[in-house]
Design a protein around this ligand. Structure first.
Ligand code: PLP
Length: 504
């Protein structure tokens, strides 16, 4: 079936993007390497002077049967020992160092981009023909570029009412207003988003884009299901805004938590015996897969699935929009590091698409165990006391993806809520934070992640009503420490909360 072209949504471009002239030097870089051309046009150092003849690495070999994280033994059937050379290819997926360490190829080196395009076709059901990929130095960079490509000072964007603080800060630093969209334990509530947009104040600039972290949301740990995504997409079409899906945790989808050990064992067996096809089918529907117009920009990163220090990621979207990223990157990052591209491309192309899926399945196994262990400990240590209405003061919503858990709590159940803290949940949050740090554990208050921009003229009060104003939460991660430390940290958290709320 031939797919239609994406819509022209270039009217979203920022003033900066509209006024950017192509760098004239970049228009002739493709002649570099052409045997018929003596290239005297650019300040490219000769690769002879690059002091690296090769780059070698040992990595585990698919299907990673001893598990992700197992120490490398060097055994031939478990270890890939490979070398990327300066001037030739050992493997067709290699990026010779003479090229990767040279200027040029801002979109990313072709061997790596080809791998990522094949990967994209396996994961997403692309609905238009002219989609493409541009390499980034990770989602931090992808988001910064997104803001510059589309937004002007004073523009408005929408974001989950608690969102990744660095992303919010990045927008705010560019003078962009971040307007909050209510969320529940499953992420953005489509009907609330529809209400906000249907009642948008006349005269206030309309949001250009929705920034969302659909899977294992940072900080709340929630995950948006496919049905909600479809509803949100329709709202984006109706009100004409872009959707930016920031998905560093997409492959950390671990499935539901089972307290019952039999059910848990059943799930583990099911996961262990899953075919690649079933694994792919088990992944959440993406915004990219419902996008018929080309209004979704997806940001992927190797940070959480390979290593943050690779500083490597990619953006997927319509060519018409990605062209602006490319022009920006030619003047900012130029390209991700050549070492990284050679190393990652060398690794992934040797693993192959199937091997990479084996890696992702192995990671899921690791993160499922971490999540289960964490939630078991939370249920063991977090007090089960109830407030005056008989509801639990503290609640835990086991995440089905990502690295984060939250402990939600009713601030008004604090015995000094009105006397000492002026019935202000933020003050209770601050007091709890001080207490937990003193108790020797670090979890961070939800207020650090609050999205709180406002338009001029302002939005109606109904668009800003919090579902439960006295609800506060603390975010922690189960990714960073071993199970023993995690258990001890959560025990300390339980003690701190018990003391702070003066529970017996
Ligand atoms: C939602 C979100 N976006 C982006 C990032 C940063 O990703 P990267 O390392 O790819 O820049 C993080 C890291 O914690 C994150 O949680």
């Amino acid at each position: 079936m031939t797919l239609p072209e994406s819509k022209d949504l270039t009217h979203f471009f920022s003033e900066e993007t509209k006024s950017r002239k192509p760098s004239p030097l970049k228009t002739c870089i493709h002649y570099f390497g052409d045997p018929n051309i003596v290239f005297l046009a650019g300040g490219l150092p000769m690769s002879d002077y690059f002091p690296w003849d090769n780059l070698s690495a040992d990595t585990p070999l698919p299907p990673f049967s001893r598990g992700i994280g197992a120490e490398l033994t060097g055994a031939e059937d478990e270890t890939s020992k490979f070398m990327v050379k300066k001037n030739s290819k050992v493997h067709s997926g290699d990026i010779p160092l003479a090229r990767s360490l040279q200027y040029g190829r801002s979109m990313g080196q072709p061997e790596m981009i080809e791998f990522l395009k094949e990967h994209t076709k396996m994961i997403h059901d692309m609905k238009y023909s002219d989609w493409d990929i541009v390499a980034t130095t990770g989602n931090t960079n992808a988001w910064e570029s997104t803001l510059r490509v589309f937004c002007n000072r004073g523009d408005v964007i929408l974001a989950e009412e608690h969102s990744f603080s660095s992303s919010l800060a990045s927008a705010e630093a560019q003078g962009i207003i971040t307007f909050p969209v209510p969320i529940d334990e499953h992420g953005i509530i489509p009907s609330k988003l529809a209400d906000i947009m249907d009642n948008w104040t006349e005269g206030a600039p309309k949001p250009k884009l929705l920034y969302t972290i659909p899977t294992g949301q940072n900080p709340t740990g929630s995950s948006l299901n496919g049905e909600r995504k479809k509803e949100i997409y329709k709202i984006a079409q109706k009100h004409d805004f872009l959707i930016i899906e920031d998905e560093p945790y997409y492959f950390l989808q671990v499935g539901p938590y089972f307290a019952d050990k039999n059910e848990r064992a059943q799930q583990a067996e099911q996961h262990a015996n899953m075919s690649h096809d079933d694994f792919l089918k088990s992944l959440a529907l993406t915004f990219l897969s419902v996008d018929t117009d080309g209004r979704v920009i997806r940001m992927d990163s190797f940070s959480k699935v390979l290593a943050p220090g690779t500083r490597l990621g990619w953006i997927t979207g319509s060519e018409k929009l990605l062209q602006a990223y490319l022009s920006l990157h030619e003047m900012t990052i130029q390209s991700p590091s050549g070492f990284t591209q050679s190393l990652v491309s060398g690794t992934l192309n040797r693993w192959g698409q199937k091997g990479y899926i084996d890696w992702l399945i192995g990671l899921r196994h690791e993160y499922t165990a971490k999540r289960d262990h964490c939630i078991d400990s939370l249920f063991k240590y977090i007090p089960k006391d109830t407030n005056k209405d008989g509801k639990q003061i503290f609640s835990i919503n086991p995440p089905i993806a990502g690295m984060f858990f939250t402990v939600d709590m009713d601030a008004s159940a604090h015995p000094e809520f009105s006397t000492k803290y002026n019935s202000d949940p933020a003050q209770v949050e601050q007091a709890i934070y001080a207490k937990v740090v003193k108790s020797g554990v670090l979890v961070v208050p939800g207020v650090w992640f609050k999205t709180e921009g406002e338009t001029t003229p302002a939005q109606p009060a109904s668009s800003k009503q919090s579902l439960n104003p006295n609800q506060i939460f603390f975010r922690g991660t189960y990714a960073a420490v071993d199970p023993v430390q995690l258990d001890e940290g959560l025990r300390r958290l339980g003690v701190a909360l018990r003391e702070e709320f003066q529970l017996a």
